[in-house]
Design a protein. Structure first.
Length: 450
């Protein structure tokens, strides 16, 4: 009885693999013929990038995605309803099976590397061996465990809890399970098209390496004319080296160089948390031993805008051209940083005004306050130009999508904090609509224009 069941299962699996091989060969033959005939496939279904000119500053915009996130013309269904989440899952599944047929070997390698880095070699081998069934296995895993185990920041400490609102939800039990599955599936599938089977890129998605620490991003930004917070001191994990006079600053901020989402951040006030260099050194010795950190100036936001952060998302295509995807602003935080934001808005780069809600980003922003619409953020166009210029000249080619975090200061100028590989941010845009997915594959993805 048992041997018969096993035999039937092996027969089914074998049939699936044979069908997959045949369909993949046929798909690639057709694709070769289309290329020989110079017939476009993906790019014929949507317009290409467009150029914005703002006060003499020109920049290229990912027209379709920017339109869909910032100026949606079609009235949307209720955000994060079961039908909305199912639509995203369906598009991710479509993208998965397209990759399964068009780039089978790359997808096998990517799936192995992705799961090796996130979960270990056993799961990596298992996922690569059962690749056609992997989305179904991911769904079963979500149904059985229903957690956010795919998020590496959860394995650190409770510092990430404030930032979890970008991933958690307050939905009904059924919608919550579907949402958790959609996050895991969309991040897995989306980053195949974003990063490809590049181990260094996937490792950076999981956690920053030495090549992409905050030191790296600050240097890239300052080299291209951006203002970044002054570096008051450097902690190498054992010793503090001060580079500025402490008495020149009323507030300071400690940032762990390879951390993300505010994990490990500590705000320090002069004459309250510290009075001397020895006090600072003691803080590092007690809380950051073995963790390289930066001690930087704390810069306050413009009082009219309160605590906020702009997220400028840029993308580089295989030819090296960089496009603006969109600009999100996080607001409504009751803490010192935007990691506690309760509101999400879209900014029109031509006017600097918040022009729409960012309710599509996560269920926790569906109730974004209407009071934040029509607010002007000065210096947006110039910040976009700086972000695009910096992205264009990044030394690592696999940094093809980047989120740039910046803020309007008390003096109404823009300060950049850092860049980040936007591997967790970009998939949220890809699966909003079929046209977004087609645009990304045709005009931005490493898969290339075809």
């Amino acid at each position: 009885m048992f041997s018969s069941i096993v035999s039937d299962m092996l027969h089914v699996i074998g049939s699936v693999y044979l069908s997959w091989a045949g369909a993949a060969i046929l798909w690639n033959l057709v694709e070769c013929l289309l290329r020989l005939a110079k017939i476009r496939t993906f790019t014929r279904f949507c317009a290409g990038p467009t150029v914005f000119n703002v006060e003499g500053k020109e920049f290229v915009v990912a027209a379709q995605i920017h339109q869909d996130t910032t100026f949606p013309q079609v009235k949307r269904k209720q955000w994060y309803s079961i039908s909305d989440i199912s639509s995203r899952i369906s598009l991710a599944m479509l993208a998965f099976f397209c990759a399964l047929l068009s780039h089978p070997f790359s997808l096998i390698r990517y799936t192995y590397l992705f799961n090796k880095i996130f979960s270990g070699k056993v799961k990596a081998i298992f996922s690569a061996a059962l690749l056609p069934f992997w989305p179904t296995i991911m769904l079963l895993n979500t149904l059985l465990f229903n957690n956010l185990s795919f998020l590496p920041m959860l394995n650190v400490n409770d510092d990430a809890l404030e930032s979890l609102q970008f991933f958690t939800n307050n939905l009904s039990p059924t919608a919550s399970v579907l949402f958790d599955f959609s996050q895991e599936l969309c991040n897995y599938v989306g980053n195949f098209y974003i990063l490809g089977p590049k181990e260094e890129a996937i490792q950076t998605m999981y956690w920053d390496t030495e090549k992409t620490t905050k030191v790296f991003w600050r240097k890239q930004l300052s080299d291209h004319g951006a203002r970044v917070p002054k570096e008051v001191g450097v902690w190498d994990g054992e010793r503090l080296e001060l580079r500025e006079k402490l008495e020149d600053y009323t507030s300071l901020l400690i940032k762990v160089t390879d951390s993300c989402m505010g994990i490990g951040d500590m705000f320090l006030k002069h004459n309250c948390d510290y009075k001397s260099p020895q006090d600072i050194e003691q803080i590092f010795q007690s809380k950051y031993l073995g963790k390289p950190c930066l001690l930087i100036e704390f810069i306050a936001a413009h009082p009219d805008l309160k605590v906020h952060s702009l997220d400028i998302l840029t993308a580089k295509d295989p030819a090296g051209d960089v496009q603006l995807v969109d600009i999100v602003v996080w607001a409504g935080s009751a803490s010192e940083t935007s990691h506690g934001a309760t509101d999400c808005y879209m900014i029109d780069p031509r006017t600097g005004l918040t022009c729409n809600y960012g309710k599509w980003y996560n269920p926790n922003f569906v109730n974004t306050s209407p009071g934040g619409l029509g607010v002007h953020y000065p210096g947006v166009a110039e910040a976009v130009v700086t972000a695009l210029k910096t992205h264009r000249n990044l030394p690592h080619p696999w940094l093809n999508v980047v989120g740039w975090d910046c803020m309007v200061t008390e003096q109404s100028d823009m300060v950049f904090f850092e860049g980040n590989l936007a591997a967790w941010r970009c998939p949220r845009r890809l699966f909003l609509s079929l046209r977004n997915l087609v645009y990304f594959i045709g005009y931005i993805s490493w898969v290339g224009r075809n």
